[in-house]
Ligand binder design. Structure first.
Ligand SMILES: Cc1cc2nc3c(=O)[nH]c(=O)nc-3n(C[C@H](O)[C@H](O)[C@H](O)COP(=O)(O)O)c2cc1C
Length: 371
């Protein structure tokens, strides 16, 4: 059903910029018309009912426990870990412990696995299940050269038989958990048939997969160029009774609702648009309810960034926690009225004092009182 609300938003954006709102740092409030709520259905993943369909994507170096908790506090109902190597999960080590850390407030949560050996993937899935992950997500999408060269991630888009062997082995190993897949549209940009996608998606659903997420770019495209939302719409038409989750070019909350409206998908992954803008989830809920989207002022930004730092220091320790937040700061800066200057300021942070100076100078944090 076409929502007049979104239609109007789109028309206003198209008039303003010559195209729909994309790539802006926050939601474009000027396109808000404040009238019609948008009727969104919960996202079903097997037995799980996720009450709001805009969720946090798996993001290497970003969708860690501290940031997931921040996003959840601002409305993200479901999150995924970054892709974790199956073999790493089977090793008892510090890196694994950091990657797999979840918290009582961090449910429902998908643990994402990457690998190419059905037996090892199945063993790793069982370990994640025993650790408390609610969903096992299989990554057949990662385009990073080193990963593809090692026949993992996006490489599996070129190997549908092996991909399906992995799916079946994992489903058999964790019959008590929903298993989902993250796929790319195709392996090679030149392949217009998307035959491998179809085979993997159909075979996975037949084997009992609970959902397929489609990043509508080819593996070869990596993160460049436009995601093909028409392809996502075709996938949903081909699997009308299955859970299909869309990914690609979700820069704002409005983009998330537009994708649902234009493609009919059951859910949307907020990825780059949510890095440094955890308010995207609250804004999506506002838009869906017909409310004016929340616009975080500097005080709100400061409070969330500071809470994020405390969570990161709690998990990683003071030094690594600060470096993690410096990395996020570069993205948080997008929402600041002086993004370029704030970005530069975050980049040069090396010590706690540097951090405090950035917060005082740019976010109006009160100076530390002398002892
Ligand atoms: C920095 C970064 C890290 C990512 N890490 C993962 C990952 O670990 N697993 C995964 O399935 N996708 C990963 N992705 C892909 C995103 O989840 C998403 O599908 C992709 O960025 C397309 O959405 P977008 O155009 O809205 O950013 C990553 C993307 C980025 C930019």
């Amino acid at each position: 059903m076409r929502s007049p609300y979104l239609w109007e938003l789109e028309a206003k954006n198209a008039n303003k910029a010559g195209k729909p709102a994309t790539a802006s740092s926050s939601i474009d409030n000027s396109c808000y018309n404040g009238s019609m709520p948008f009727d969104l259905k919960p996202l079903r993943i097997g037995p799980l009912e996720i009450e709001f369909p805009v969720v946090l994507a798996a993001l290497a170096s970003y969708s860690d426990l501290p940031y997931r908790l921040i996003c959840r506090s601002l409305g993200a109902p479901y999150c995924a870990t970054e892709a974790m190597l199956d073999r790493q999960i089977l090793l008892d080590g510090k890196l694994r412990d950091r990657l797999v850390r979840i918290d009582a407030a961090d449910h429902p949560i998908a643990g994402q696995l990457m690998g190419n050996d059905p037996t090892v993937m199945a063993q790793a899935a069982a370990v994640l299940r025993d650790m408390g992950f609610d969903v096992i997500d299989l990554n057949f999408a990662c385009p990073v050269k080193k990963v593809v060269a090692k026949k993992r991630g996006g490489y599996l888009m070129d190997q549908p038989d092996l991909a399906l062997e992995i799916v079946r082995a994992v489903i058999e190993a964790v019959p008590d958990r929903p298993v989902t897949l993250k796929l790319r549209r195709t392996f090679r940009e030149t392949d217009e048939t998307n035959a491998a996608f179809r085979r993997i998606a159909r075979g996975a659903f037949e084997a009992g997969a609970a959902a397929v997420a489609v990043h509508a770019r080819s593996v070869g495209q990596k993160y460049r160029g436009q995601a093909d939302w028409d392809f996502i719409a075709r996938v949903k038409r081909e699997f009308p009774d299955r859970t299909i989750i869309g990914s690609g070019d979700i820069h704002t909350a409005l983009d998330a609702l537009r994708m649902i409206e234009q493609t009919g998908v059951d859910g949307v992954l907020a990825a780059r648009g949510a890095i440094g803008n955890p308010w995207l989830f609250r804004q999506a809920r506002d838009l869906a309810a017909g409310r004016e989207p929340f616009k975080p002022d500097l005080k709100e930004q400061r409070e969330v960034i500071s809470r994020h730092l405390r969570l990161a220091e709690g998990l990683y320790g003071p030094r690594r926690g600060l470096l993690t937040l410096r990395n996020f700061g570069i993205h948080y800066a997008r929402l600041h009225p002086h993004p370029a200057k704030v970005r530069t300021a975050f980049i040069s942070v090396k010590t706690d004092e540097d951090w405090r100076a950035v917060m005082e100078t740019w976010y109006g944090a009160p100076p530390l009182s002398p002892l």
